[in-house]
Ligand binder design. Structure first.
Ligand code: BTN
Length: 339
């Protein structure tokens, strides 16, 4: 029995179900189209990147899948508890965060994921843009309905940064590090970022959109020069392209498990794992905040995900929004002008 969908989808489904070749008579019968229509559909699938062997008098066989997120939409490759229960893939869109936000307003279920091959107006944190060329990277937004206070939402972005690190560790032989709040670095350069947008009232979150951008196959010359922090991609580090679909599958699986652990065990393990992956333990930091640059030594992450900086020997300052713009290693006196 062939499921609903376009003729191409139905043929693909038949080929994927089969262990080997499927005869064109069987395809004609199951999809209810003529032999020449089968041939046209096979050609169109090949143009989309599906490897399909054809042997006259035997039939067709699927030999490889394209590295297109459509594959992920059709087949997750894992049984999600929540994240990835529904995956929507767009060829292009303004911003997957905006799409997931609309779905949130329409009451879409928790765990819905929107992925795009390209974003026309990808959004970064603090009003910045996110460079989103077609077919190169991962742009994904996840709709969550977490049963926590709005003040605790930042912990979910820390959880996502930790799971991004875990996924990168499965992919590259270089240890990823997190720069507060949730920039992920490889070799000291930014490879991924997270933009969380929340629809909430004082005491409860209606929904949260976790937008994740990972530079996978961009080359160094594709990054603009006016970036706030040096950028890199997985390809730049590996010196070869990475397969995007398996990467996205591993990331969604890790996020699904990480979110489940957060719901079961609360924030303490997330904070611990965040610190284990932190790029700047005990370092001196310059942090760009809405009130100006604050200097101090990294002291901790508090129970709501805020950065705790030692700005003078007797004073700690909590920072909820901002960017670490400079890290400097080693011992030293606290910089002048603080406290
Ligand atoms: C940052 O500034 O570091 C956050 C970048 C977040 C980019 C992702 S790409 C998918 C999602 N859609 C967007 O428009 N932004 C996020």
């Amino acid at each position: 029995m062939v499921r609903r969908g376009s003729q191409g989808d139905k043929i693909l489904h038949l080929l994927r179900q089969a262990q080997g070749f499927v005869s064109s008579q069987e395809i004609c019968r199951e999809v209810r189209i003529s032999r020449s229509a089968v041939w046209k559909q096979i050609e169109s699938l090949r143009r989309k990147g599906y490897g399909i062997d054809g042997v006259s008098s035997i039939g067709y066989r699927l030999s490889h899948l394209p590295d297109s997120f459509r594959v992920l939409e059709m087949e997750r490759g894992f049984e999600p508890l929540r994240i990835g229960s529904r995956i929507l893939v767009q060829e292009e869109t303004d911003s997957t965060n905006d799409d997931a936000w609309q779905l949130g307003l329409q009451g879409a279920e928790e765990g819905t994921v929107v992925i795009a091959e390209m974003q026309r107006a990808g959004k970064g944190r603090r009003g910045r843009r996110w460079i989103s060329p077609a077919g190169k990277n991962l742009y994904a937004s996840i709709l969550l309905r977490p049963p926590v206070l709005p003040s605790e939402a930042a912990l979910l972005t820390l959880m996502a940064a930790v799971e991004l690190c875990e996924t990168l560790k499965e992919t590259v032989p270089v240890a990823p590090r997190i720069k507060w709040p949730n920039d992920v670095l490889l070799g000291g350069k930014k490879v991924a970022g997270i933009l969380a947008e929340m629809h909430a009232e004082q005491e409860s979150i209606h929904f949260l959109v976790l937008g994740i951008g990972v530079n996978l196959n961009m080359t160094q010359d594709m990054f603009p020069e006016d970036l706030t922090y040096p950028a890199t991609s997985v390809q730049c580090v590996l010196e070869r392209p990475v397969e995007r679909v398996p990467f996205a599958r591993r990331l969604l699986k890790n996020l699904d498990q990480g979110y489940e652990r957060f719901l079961q065990d609360g924030p303490a393990p997330v904070r611990k794992r965040w610190i284990e992956n932190c790029a700047h333990i005990s370092d001196w930091l310059d942090v760009d905040t809405p009130k100006g640059v604050v200097r101090g030594r990294f002291a901790d992450i508090d129970e709501e995900g805020a950065l705790v900086l030692e700005v003078s020997p007797s004073r700690l300052e909590r920072i909820r929004a901002g960017d670490v713009i400079r890290l400097s290693r080693g011992k030293g006196r606290l910089p002048a002008g603080n406290g």
